[in-house]
Design a protein around this ligand. Structure first.
Ligand code: HEC
Length: 447
């Protein structure tokens, strides 16, 4: 009797299970059949992929129209389900970022269901408006000014090209406040990265132009005044670093009232790293600038918190070489952005805030650093840093054979510009609380 009852129970559980299973698979089939590109998938692609996957951008293919997307359906499913796309490396347990493009689980399920259901187009009437791209490639409309290299760079068909430095005069006759800036590569296929820095007129003679090989760098890390030289090279002013371009890097996008200052008479220095691709090429890269239209309150300061270059000596094969760097603030500031920077042996990177009373808070953790993606992490809410606080950066390099990007695990590696040399820099953007250019400019004008 007892036995029969439990059998019945099992049976009824099985049938409930069966009904549920049928119901579920029916629901799944139904939703797969009704998930369409125009209604369900395009909104996701436009919001999370289009910044890179559009003509003239860094990704290999445009993902805007059904015709463009359909051939990639399988590959999209794969990259989305594995969370390789969109690229994002911050540990979600720390910090919230404006440019966090990760998909929600629901969005991932939608993409998967769409592909599994045959990647149907759907009703063209459902298609949302295309994201504002970009026939010209400029993200914020036509720039107020475009400053380009004055000559075309010739890039050979093969071999490695030393870093090249080009000086571009702004010819600005008044100070300019920049709110948006974007680098536009002339010949994207050969531009590996670009760094544009500002050199103010009172900073002494301009650094030399031309090519610089490893070992013939403009800064010798062994030299006792390497840090001074490096500061000078960066322009030795808080706006020295204006903007970089590398895969994953965003244009300069500042909040209303925040700006970068380019003083009148400044020159821009373009550091160009070209890679060869089998065909000779010509490049003329430029930067578009949009000036602030609204009242200006604060200058955004970019600083690199870097380890002592002389201490960055990574032994051959070392799988976990540790570096630390710190910066203490002597006034109240607000943090806006992080950009950890290492080269191909970079492994992980962390920013930690230590308050004056010793309390600690992780600001950003990148557990698996990937050199191929130079991502900036823009804070959703700027973080208040009271005077006397310190930011500690902690990073590791992997110089072992297990690091698939390691070109040579038998080499001792030191600080240097080239990707086979190393760096450890925690870039940050911040503003100073006490600064208000609006009142300063007003009092200046009243005098
Ligand atoms: C920050 C820029 C960026 C964003 C955002 C981005 N991608 Fe990509 N994507 C790239 C780049 C660059 C590549 C080529 C390098 C690589 O394959 O990793 C790529 C490669 C791919 C590939 C593989 C192409 C191939 O050659 O096999 C797929 C598929 C893809 N992306 C889909 C997506 C989807 C879907 C999204 C949004 C959910 C997305 N990507 C968001 C930059 C981006």
């Amino acid at each position: 009797m007892k036995d029969a009852r439990s059998k019945r129970l099992v049976l009824s559980l099985v049938s409930i299970g069966a009904i549920l299973a049928i119901g579920l698979s029916f629901a799944a089939r139904k939703s797969a059949a009704t998930v369409t590109f125009t209604k369900d998938v395009a909104p996701i692609l436009y919001a999370k992929c289009a910044t890179c996957h559009q003509p003239g951008e860094m990704a290999p293919m445009s993902l805007l129209t059904f015709k463009e997307v359909r051939p990639w359906a399988k590959s999209i499913r794969e990259r989305v389900v594995s969370r390789e796309m969109p690229p994002w490396f911050a540990d979600p347990n720390h910090g919230e970022f404006i440019n966090d493009t990760r998909l929600t689980q629901q969005q991932i399920d939608t993409v998967r269901a769409w592909v599994d259901g045959g990647a149907k187009e759907g009703d063209p009437k459902d298609l949302p408006p295309m994201p504002k791209v970009a026939n010209t490639g400029w993200k914020f409309g036509e720039p107020d000014v475009v400053l380009s290299m004055t000559e075309e760079a010739s890039v050979p068909a093969d071999g490695s090209v030393p870093y090249r430095y080009y000086i571009v005069y702004t010819n600005f006759t008044e100070d300019k406040y920049v709110r948006f800036a974007q680098i536009k590569r002339g010949e994207p296929s050969v531009v590996h990265h670009v760094i544009v820095s500002v050199r103010e007129p009172d900073q002494g003679p301009l650094p030399p132009e031309g090519e610089f090989r490893a070992g013939q760098q403009r800064v010798n890390p062994e030299s006792p005044d390497a840090e001074r030289q490096r500061q000078q090279r960066r322009g030795n002013n808080p706006d020295g670093m204006l903007l970089g371009w590398a895969p994953g890097m965003s244009p300069l996008t500042l909040r209303s009232g925040n700006v970068k200052l380019i003083k009148k008479g400044s020159a821009l220095i373009f550091q160009m790293h070209y890679t060869t691709n089998g065909k000779p090429a010509k490049d003329r890269t430029g930067i578009g600038l949009w000036f602030a239209k609204e009242p200006v309150e604060k200058r955004v300061i970019t600083r690199g918190i870097s380890t002592d270059a002389r201490k960055l000596v990574i032994p051959p094969g070392d799988p976990n070489f540790e570096s630390r760097s710190s910066l203490t603030f002597n006034e109240d500031v607000h943090l806006q952005m992080f950009m950890p920077h290492m080269h191909v042996r970079g492994k992980d990177f962390e920013y930690k805030l230590v308050y004056p009373d010793g309390k600690e808070k992780i600001l950003l953790r990148v557990p698996k650093y990937d050199f191929n993606w130079q991502l900036s992490y823009f804070l959703k809410e700027p973080i208040a840093i009271p005077k006397g606080s310190r930011i500690d950066c902690l990073a590791h390099h992997d110089n072992s054979a297990n690091n698939k990007y390691n070109p040579d695990p038998t080499k001792e590696v030191r600080w240097g510009d080239q990707t086979w040399e190393e760096m450890m820099i925690g870039w940050i953007d911040y503003t100073i609380d006490s600064q208000n250019l609006r009142t300063q400019t007003q009092t200046a004008n009243n005098k």
